[in-house]
Design a protein around this ligand. Sequence first.
Ligand SMILES: [Zn+2]
Length: 425
Amino acid sequence: MVTISIGYEETDAIQLTRVDSNFFEGQNPYPAPPCQREWRNQLLPFFFDKQPEQPLLMLKEGKALIGVDLVSAAFYLLSGWQEYFSEERDQHGRYPYIASVQYRYGFVTVPVVNYYFDILKTAVEHVTGQPLRPLRWAGGAAWAAFITHDIDNLYSAWKAPAKAALRQGKLLRFGRQLWQHFTHKDAWNNLAQVQQTVAEYGAKSTFFFLPKNRPDANGTPNSDYALALILPQIKALADAGAEIQLHGSIGTATDTDQLMREAAMRMLPYRNEQSSMPGIRFHYLSWEPRATPALLDDLAFEYDTTLGFPEHFGFRNSYCLPFYLFDFQRGRAHDFLEIPLNVMDATLYHPNYLRLRPDEILPALVPMFKEIERFGGVCTVLWHNENFDPANEHNGPQQFRAIMEYLRAHSVYFVNSLDICVSVS
Ligand SMILES: [Zn+2]
């Protein structure tokens, strides 16, 4: 084992260029605009780059000089500094994508921090004279995919077409929809089918269930089902090897008592061996950077997988591997693992988000997939059960299958969170 020093001093084997700024002593959410530099034929933004005329990496005998303060730049993005110190929130209390540096400088689909670490890796390899082997997933796979489903609705597929029929005055069609509703299984009541579809690709599903049925005080809907009434269905999924986790309802991201009540659901008998790592994703991707991480530590969650921008696929913390978020209150890492969310079905086709044509979806995602593959990361996909309804031709089962086929064809290793937590620890 070789020990090498990375720092700002002449005596450090890997010497970073110190940026004379007290940025991290202040509370400004945004540093000076990044400089653009090229690394391995890729133009990348570099924050804390005060001497752009200096080469990015200079290799000397037994020493490497890095022309940028890479540690500060990586910390800034990975810690989520911008959302912690920004006051901006959307109507659901979330930090908006359009406020982010990823949006402003156009790098949401590039895991910039992985590139920063690649520069450091090159420097370490030069100084030690030894190659650093990348992490490999089971079976030697270069990268992994985590396939997840938030279960918001089981019984509401009939509502939109019935309402449309009523609005158009087509009473016969409306009557047929109602008849269908009362006599047939709803198209969204499809959990076993979701699991089977995913299993066809050799993948495992992780389901997140919402314990709260009533809408929140502002009228934002929670689930359309009562958790207590679907326990047999959940047990069947668990018995077939699915992972069962908590989908925190509206409000739980900032309310300890409410989250504690819902977290107690962990004790329900449907939890299985696969779910021994208590994890969570918040409904509506709710997340308050100043409160939520501390709640997750307090309630001893092993992991969260909420952190993606609802408005755009990509990398909210500019990193494509699971990581520990920085705890701004205690000045150390949080205890729970963050498994970043990369692509959600609703992002791809939604009045408030993107409106991709069905044939645009896969081509739009492929560059991001290639980045994750390049760095041996985890690609987290969220596809709601309601979007396995064949009636959905925008972001429905066909678009999901196209993604799964791409992942399988590129030799991804399909993981659940237990696999991830074991690999990382
Ligand atoms: Zn949800």
